[in-house]
Design a binder for this molecule. Structure first.
Ligand code: THU
Length: 135
């Protein structure tokens, strides 16, 4: 469980990072924040480039910041985007999040107005591939 104050801070960080999204091609602005086991919040936005496939997701930016800071464990995730449909992490980001999170780690998704739904990593990436599966 993430307490309300921590979740609010995580949400605020994701929403603030979203303001810096560089998405001139899709115009779809996303912010993400991850909470490390040590209680630090790392936030990021999506970054697009003119060669479209070379851009990357907000979740990936946040994970990069976590790992660059020497952290390796995610306790909670928030993703913020605007739209009628919920924005859940893409397939690649589910795998990246699973690398540093557990099956029960919560992934809260919502819009700048607030969190709308929570999933677990296990729900988003059932039967996912893991280090233990490698020979
Ligand atoms: N995007 C994210 O940053 N996170 C998601 O969870 C879904 C998609 C970005 C990638 C791209 O810059 C834009 O949204 C449109 O797909």
């Amino acid at each position: 469980m993430t307490d309300d104050t921590t979740l609010a801070a995580l949400f605020a960080a994701a929403a603030a990072a979203r303001e810096n999204a560089h998405a001139p091609y899709s115009r779809f602005h996303v912010g993400a924040a991850v909470l490390s086991e040590s209680g630090v919040v790392y936030a990021g936005c999506n970054v697009e480039v003119a060669s479209f496939p070379e851009g990357w997701c907000a979740e990936t930016t946040a994970i990069g910041k976590l790992v660059s800071a020497g952290d390796k464990s995610i306790r909670a995730v928030v993703v913020v985007a605007e739209g009628a449909r919920l924005t859940t992490p893409c397939g690649g980001c589910r795998q990246r999040l699973a690398e540093f999170a557990g099956p029960d780690t919560p992934v809260h998704v919502g819009s700048p107005a607030g969190i709308r739904r929570v999933f677990t990593i296990g729900e988003l990436l059932p039967a996912g591939f893991a280090l233990e599966d490698q020979p």
